[in-house]
Design a protein around this ligand. Structure first.
Ligand code: CA
Length: 543
């Protein structure tokens, strides 16, 4: 392996404000030069990291537009592969939010692949919320043709009446779209009275379930009474509107009334939350920990606290629920502070639940097999990493990178974490550090320029033995006298070690500091549940 790297030796230093001679590099948004990632990598980054909140250098709108163009280029290059990639990433749960996948699918439909996109629709848009994100993008990109209307109608027709009832009850409207809008636009057909009851309930409520006669010009169509066919959940939802707490609790327990359908005047009642907790999906449970603590259901020693801890400790169901590590990281960061992101909500965090959240964060990555290599983790904490949001959460790339560094630190027996900007930044991080402490310390670091070559130069200058460098960054590097890829080659030459470099991207821009022509450098999407395992595999030399 070492010989292979020797061929690439080019130790002449090029400042990062200039491209390396003989290499195809593109100017990055910070005024330096980086390697361009290909459109497929960009598609993957967009679906996993999103472009919400933008970045330090680009607004959300500009980033989304750039990403949308990359999606179009993928679809034009190979539409089946593009749609397959969208479906795979969406179904695997690798992304914290599914909206970018729904958007990408709508872009594929808008690029002329209506039939294939319609076929993938139920697999990518698994809830009403995803369907609304799809509809909104369709509206913005291309507008509605007959084929796409049919595709959305098939989404409704493909669900059982009970499954459909759950969707229309729980996800009533989002992004300016409602099921009523979509039913009116797409006219799904049915002869099943239960399904017809759902459609009529969506459009006109319980009053629309009786026998009806609709005049169309001279002719009149008659519709039978379907009120006895209405799925139980929708009837329960209607009953809950005026019910007292005991009835509401019975409807939750017996008919599975979800939190979204409980009238708000009952949502400060611990007994109502206790009933909800019984059937609450894991994702909803994590999102509502603060609320359940505020109303007094979760407190030290309570039965409900134990239920929450047990469910968070169950690695199998964690993975089955596809609860994303970022969602847990966010819940952990917010819950520990005892104060909501917006609004006036405050609570006294339960210590054992804080611990359970921290453990669940690491468990969500599955069992990562250590590479057993001497690993130097370089954490980019420059100013740009403190701006923007990762994966639709309020977490900055800097915080997300710090958390990801802890995951690798916990897996690898021989690791060293260093933080850098355009110089070394002291940041005491070890595998035993508390996640929330590291997040807090990282968040409060001052701004600085970026030199992504520093981890390699640091190792060269100090004579450190490193098999694998992992640099967590947005790749907007500019401040160094030598490019990161050159610094890696210099390190290999001085140390005699065939060191590898993994660049974990935390922002869905089009840049990387890894040289795509060097087989010892790899780009990965940083915040992805499968990233640590992938990085360990590359570090070990599996590929
Ligand atoms: Ca930077």
């Amino acid at each position: 392996m070492a010989l292979k790297f020797l061929k690439h030796f080019n130790t002449r230093a090029t400042p990062q404000t200039e491209p390396i001679p003989g290499k195809t590099m593109t100017p990055n948004s910070a005024g330096g030069y980086s390697f361009a990632v290909d459109d497929w990598t960009r598609l993957e980054r967009f679906m996993i990291l999103g472009s919400e909140g933008g970045s330090y250098y680009a607004t959300e709108r500009a980033l989304t537009l750039e990403n949308a163009k990359a999606v179009v280029r993928c679809v034009e290059a190979d539409a089946p592969r593009a749609i397959r990639t969208i479906v795979e990433i969406s179904e695997s749960g690798r992304a914290p939010r599914n909206e970018p996948a729904a958007m990408a699918l709508a872009i594929a439909a808008g690029t002329g692949h209506v039939a294939a996109a319609s076929e993938a629709l139920p697999r990518v848009c698994r809830t009403g919320t995803h369907l609304f994100a799809f509809a909104e993008t369709v509206q913005n990109v291309r507008g509605w043709g007959r084929g796409l209307r049919r595709g959305v109608a098939a989404w409704y027709e493909g669900k059982t009446p009970d499954a459909l009832a759950y969707q229309v009850a729980k996800y009533q409207s989002r992004e300016g779209w409602s099921h009523r809008d979509l039913l009116r636009l797409t006219h799904p057909k049915t002869s099943d009275p239960a399904r017809q009851a759902v459609y009529r309930w969506v459009v006109g409520g319980v009053e629309a379930l009786g026998p009806r006669e609709v005049k169309r010009g001279e002719a009149a169509a008659t519709y039978p009474d379907v009120s006895t066919h209405l799925p139980r959940l929708l009837a329960a939802m209607d009953e809950a509107r005026t019910a007292d707490r005991d009835v509401v609790i019975r409807l939750i327990r017996d008919d599975g009334l979800p939190r979204e359908c409980v009238p708000t005047n009952h949502l400060n009642d611990p007994a109502v939350w206790e009933a909800l907790l019984g059937k609450m999906p894991l994702m909803a449970m994590v999102r509502n920990l603060a609320k359940m603590t505020t109303v007094g259901l979760l407190k030290p020693g309570s039965e409900a606290s134990r239920t929450v801890r047990d469910r968070l400790a169950d690695g199998d169901s964690l993975r089955k629920s596809r609860l994303h590590p970022l969602a847990i990281l966010l819940a952990s960061a917010v819950y520990s502070t005892g104060r909501g992101l917006k609004g006036k909500l405050t609570w006294e965090p339960v210590a054992t639940i804080k611990d359970a959240l921290e453990d669940a964060f690491y468990k969500a990555f599955g069992n990562v097999v250590p590479a057993g290599k001497r690993t130097l983790i370089g954490l980019d904490v420059s100013g740009s990493m403190a701006c923007g949001q990762v994966g639709g959460t309020p977490l900055t790339p800097r915080e997300a990178a710090a958390a990801l560094a802890l995951v690798t630190a916990r897996v690898e027996p021989e690791y060293h974490v260093m933080a850098f900007q355009d110089r070394f930044v002291p940041l005491d991080v070890s595998a035993r550090s508390r996640l929330t402490d590291v997040l807090a310390r990282t968040a409060s670091l001052p701004f600085g320029g970026t030199d992504c070559a520093l981890p390699m130069r640091h190792a060269t200058e100090r004579g450190l033995k490193v098999d694998t460098f992992i640099v967590l960054t947005d790749s907007e590097t500019w401040a160094g006298p030598i490019h990161p890829s050159q610094a890696l080659r210099e390190y290999r030459e001085k140390s005699g070690l065939p060191a590898r470099l993994i660049v974990a991207g935390l922002v869905s821009n089009g840049f990387s500091v890894a040289d795509p022509q060097d087989a010892g450098m790899l780009d990965v999407v940083g915040f992805d549940a499968s990233a640590p395992d992938l990085m360990a595999g590359f570090s070990r030399g599996d590929f």
